[in-house]
Design a protein around this ligand. Structure first.
Ligand SMILES: [Zn+2]
Length: 336
């Protein structure tokens, strides 16, 4: 088993009521690679770099939202994703989520990490081998996660870990990554609340635990990054997507240039927005009950609590920050 050292990062809570809480110390991430996936384990440093890139994209977004909020192109891109309605509130909410301050902390090794970790940290896993499986009296398979005090997962949830580890899974079933908040959900209370007609969110009737959030990066996502030689969001990557032939080709495939420049770092940023410390975003559904992933669906929901909306706004602002570009409403990238 290979353990990395961890670094400490601050990440604000956008839902915080007291502005002073906005710079809550430390979102620590701890990357754990398992020896039985040695082909993935060798990419440890690259994946750590992708996490830093994700945080860097968030930093860039925060800086632009703070300093360039009145720029016409910035406003247009943000409005396209968040909608015109109640724009300023939504904009401020997302901006709060991106603010963070690094904290000076020497990297603790495993034993120390276990003592120090809290529910505002995140552990990043590249496989699900830690999940132990057993059968209930009724013959259902359940999983237990030692990373969260042997938290019990249902058969369906255990399946997600299996799908995540399987690089031969068909495209339609693929998961890029997922994050489990360490909060415990009171399913019974939720069901009763729904029966009473209460409007509830994914965060209703949950209680905090002391464990870290866990992020699972799926095998296929790592393979894509490897095959693409760990791409970064730079001028070269953007210019490739601005060619007329490329745009037409993407249109035919039903995707857009901004969707196609995403990297593992932007996937990690999406996942980080799900963590307790970064505001527990949701994967919101569109009117047609599809998960609001991708530029167009994000634009259709206009919800600052949707994980991919936050990640795409950060990505679009990263594109803007490179000097000559901006993202148009249709997801194409143009010169400015
Ligand atoms: Zn998500």
């Amino acid at each position: 088993m290979v353990f990395s050292s961890s670094s400490l990062w601050g990440w604000s809570k956008p839902t915080s009521r007291d502005p002073a809480d906005c710079f809550q110390p430390e979102l620590t991430y701890h990357l754990r690679m398992m020896a039985d996936l040695s082909s993935i384990g060798k990419w440890e440093n690259e994946i750590k770099t992708e996490v830093r890139r994700a945080l860097d994209i968030a930093d860039t977004a925060y800086r632009i939202m703070r300093d360039n909020a009145n720029d016409a192109k910035v406003e247009r891109t943000a409005k396209c994703l968040l909608g015109q309605n109640d724009f300023q509130n939504k904009f401020d909410k997302v901006k709060g989520g991106f603010s963070r301050e690094p904290s000076a902390h020497s990297g603790p090794q495993d034993a120390q990490w276990l003592m120090e970790r809290s529910n505002v940290d995140v552990e990043i896993y590249c496989d699900g081998s830690r999940i132990s499986k057993s059968k209930t009296a009724k013959g259902r398979i359940i999983g237990r996660d030692p990373a969260q005090g042997n938290r019990v997962y249902s058969e369906e949830e255990v399946k997600d870990y299996k799908i995540c580890d399987d690089s031969n899974i068909p495209k339609s079933l693929r998961i890029r990554a997922f994050t489990v908040s360490s909060d415990l959900i009171d399913e019974k209370a939720r069901k009763e609340a729904i029966r009473r007609g209460e409007t509830i969110t994914l965060n209703s009737y949950t209680t905090e635990t002391a464990y870290a959030n866990t992020m699972q990066i799926c095998r296929k996502s790592i393979e894509f990054a490897v095959n693409d030689d760990w791409p970064i969001i730079d001028q070269r990557r953007i210019k490739k997507m601005m060619k007329k032939r490329k745009i037409a080709e993407l249109k035919e495939k039903g995707t857009t240039p901004i969707d196609e420049i995403t990297t593992l770092a932007t996937t990690i940023l999406h996942e980080l927005t799900h963590t307790n410390q970064a505001g527990k975003s949701f994967d919101v559904k569109t009117e047609n009950s599809k998960v609001a992933y991708g530029w167009k669906r994000c634009g259709s929901v206009g919800n600052p609590e949707n994980a991919d909306t936050i990640a795409f706004l950060a990505l679009a602002l990263k594109v803007w920050s490179l000097g000559n570009f901006y993202v148009k409403d249709d997801g194409e990238i143009a010169s400015r």
